[in-house]
Design a protein around this ligand. Structure first.
Ligand code: SF4
Length: 220
């Protein structure tokens, strides 16, 4: 598919893609989810942030990163001087996967088949938004983008060359929330914030771009 030229055409293409995805049956996650949670943000955003999948709040509201993990992300973005409204924010998987425990809906990690099935929507979002920088928040996003299983800890805080763009890697903010020890949680948040400082500097063209791997192959 050729990338439409103007912002208006790209906005229309993105909306058409969202409508198309609403009737997606490529995996079974649509069955129990409330609704599709598509990406949101400017179609000409300088960076796209890719998370894992919608959570409980996102599933109910239809918007990405508006639950507890979203609040961590919002706090860190604000602290490093990045405006959320200027970024395109989406997820690797567009429907909420959960198991029911009484009235509670417990998050379940999407499996490889679901990540692969949903990848087509993510790649088409990237094609239309065409951001110079794509940021993978966590292992699922990294898996969806690269098609490979790679340890986030190995690549976090770095800009990698990927499909003609820069791929930036950091953790998913929900991983910080899962840490029970308060001091460890604070350290994890500080490390996440430090990653976003690099992203913010890069978007202001104040930081160097793609760096070669310190050793070995980047992925795999
Ligand atoms: S999670 Fe993705 S692949 Fe699965 S039904 Fe939803 S949109 Fe389709």
């Amino acid at each position: 598919m050729a990338v439409p030229a103007s912002v208006e055409e790209r906005r229309a293409a993105l909306e058409a893609l969202r409508r198309e995805a609403e009737s997606c049956r490529r995996c079974d996650l649509w069955r129990d989810a409330t609704q599709l949670v598509f990406g949101e943000g400017p179609v000409d955003a300088p960076a796209m942030l890719v998370g894992e999948q919608p959570g409980d709040v996102e599933d109910r509201t239809g918007r990405p990163f508006v639950g507890p993990a979203g609040r961590v992300l919002d706090r860190a973005l604000a602290e490093v001087g990045l405006e959320r409204e200027r970024l395109y924010i989406t997820n690797a998987v567009k429907h909420f996967k959960f198991s029911s425990r009484g009235r509670r809906r417990i998050h379940q990690k999407p499996d490889v088949g679901e990540i692969e099935a949903c990848r087509v929507w993510l790649l088409r979002e990237i094609e239309i938004v065409d951001p110079p920088v794509v940021a993978a928040l966590g292992a699922t996003a990294l898996r969806a983008l690269t098609g490979r299983v790679t340890a986030v800890t190995r690549l976090r805080g770095r800009f990698l060359s990927w499909e003609g763009r820069e791929l930036f890697v950091t953790v998913h903010p929900s991983s910080i929330l899962r840490i029970e020890d308060e001091a460890a949680q604070e350290r994890a948040y500080a490390a996440f914030r430090a990653d976003l400082v690099k992203l913010a500097a890069r978007l202001r063209n104040e930081a160097p771009g793609v760096t070669p791997p310190a050793q070995g192959r980047l992925f795999g």
